[in-house]
Design a binder for this molecule. Structure first.
Ligand SMILES: Nc1ncnc2c1ncn2[C@@H]1O[C@H](COP(=O)(O)OP(=O)(O)OP(=O)(O)O)[C@@H](O)[C@H]1O
Ligand SMILES: [Mg+2]
Length: 265
C-alpha cells in the first residue's frame, strides 16, 4: 500500500475483537479518526475504553480484526517499523504510568529523548514551558510520589504531548480533578494540541468531559462503537439507550454548544 504522511485517515480500526478469560470486552469495534480530528469516545465504566486505546497502540492485540495507524497495519509490522510509527503517537494513560524512580523532568525528557530529535536545550525549555502551562512550574525536580493524583495526571498529559505527536490518546485525562482544574486541563490540552497540530482522542465516562473536549463523539457500549457524530447528530438519532445515557449524564440538547461548554467549564 502506498503510504503518505498526509493520508487523511490516521486511525482505522476494523472489526476489533478482544476477550479476556472467555469474556468479550470488545466485539467488533470499527473506528476511523481523520487527520486533525478531535474526538471523544464516551462509554460507561468498564465498557472497554482503555482496552480500545491500548489496542490503538498495539499494547493489546486484537483476537480478530485490525488496527491501521497512519496507513500501516500494526499487526503486520516488524518491531522496528512499529516503534517508528508509535513515535508519532502520544499516550496519557489512565493511571499516569510515570516512572516512579525518575523526577517529573526526567520522565518527560525520557519520552522526548526516545521519540524526538530535539536538542537538549530545546527539550529542557519545552519541559519547563509545558509544566508552567499546566500550572506545575515547580514540579520539574519532584518525584511522582511527591505529587497529588491530579498533578501526576497533568504530568502524564505533558509527557504525552511533549513529543509533538501527530496523534495524542488521552485516557480519562481529568478523572479525579475538581471541575475548575478539569476545565483548565482540557483547555491546556487544546492549546498545546493547536500549537502542535495534533489529532486528539479522549476516552472518558463523563459526558461533561467528552462534551467540553470535542465537538464529535463516539459512543462505546457493550463492546461496540454504536454511534459517532456531532452531539446534535447523536441526539437526533433518537436511539433510546444513547438518549438515556446522555440525559442521565447531564447532556441537554437545544443549547448552543458554546453555551453548554461554558456551563461545564
Ligand atoms: N489485562 C486484563 N485482563 C483481564 N481483564 C481485563 C484486562 N484489561 C481489562 N480487562 C477487563 O476488561 C473490561 C474493560 O476494561 P477497560 O479497562 O478497558 O474498561 P474502561 O471502559 O476503560 O473502564 P473505566 O471506565 O473504569 O476506566 C473490564 O471488565 C476489565 O476487568
Ligand atoms: Mg479505563
Amino acid at each position: 500500500m502506498q503510504v503518505t504522511k498526509d493520508a487523511r485517515t490516521i486511525v482505522d480500526v476494523v472489526d476489533f475483537h478482544k476477550s479476556y478469560d472467555g469474556r468479550s470486552v470488545l466485539s467488533g469495534v470499527n473506528l476511523r479518526v481523520e487527520r486533525g480530528e478531535h474526538l471523544s469516545i464516551l462509554g460507561p465504566g468498564g465498557c472497554g475504553k482503555s482496552t480500545l486505546l491500548k489496542g490503538l497502540l498495539g499494547l493489546v492485540a486484537p483476537d480478530k480484526g485490525s488496527v491501521t495507524l497512519f496507513g500501516k497495519n500494526l499487526q503486520t509490522l516488524g518491531s522496528e517499523e512499529r516503534n517508528a510509527l508509535l513515535r508519532r503517537v502520544g499516550m496519557a494513560f489512565q493511571l499516569g504510568a510515570l516512572f516512579d524512580f525518575m523526577t517529573v523532568r526526567e520522565n518527560i525528557l525520557f519520552a522526548m529523548e526516545n521519540m524526538t530529535s530535539l536538542s537538549a536545550y530545546d527539550m529542557e525549555e519545552r519541559v519547563h514551558r509545558m509544566l508552567a502551562s499546566v500550572n506545575l512550574p515547580a514540579a520539574a525536580r519532584k518525584l511522582p510520589s511527591e505529587l497529588s493524583g491530579g498533578m501526576r495526571r497533568r504530568v502524564g498529559i505533558v509527557r504525552a504531548l511533549a513529543t509533538s505527536p501527530d496523534l495524542a490518546l488521552l485516557d480519562e485525562p481529568t478523572a479525579g480533578l475538581d471541575p475548575v482544574t478539569s476545565a483548565v486541563v482540557i483547555s491546556m490540552i487544546h492549546k498545546l494540541a493547536a500549537e502542535i497540530g495534533s489529532s486528539l482522542v479522549c476516552v472518558t465516562s463523563s459526558v461533561e468531559v467528552a462534551f467540553t473536549f470535542a465537538p464529535r463523539v463516539a459512543i462505546l457500549n457493550e463492546g461496540r462503537l454504536i454511534a459517532k457524530g456531532t452531539w446534535e447528530e447523536l441526539h437526533n438519532l433518537h436511539d433510546p439507550w444513547i438518549t438515556h445515557f446522555l440525559d442521565v449524564r447531564g447532556y441537554k440538547p437545544n443549547q448552543s454548544t458554546e453555551q453548554e461548554a461554558s456551563n461545564y467549564a
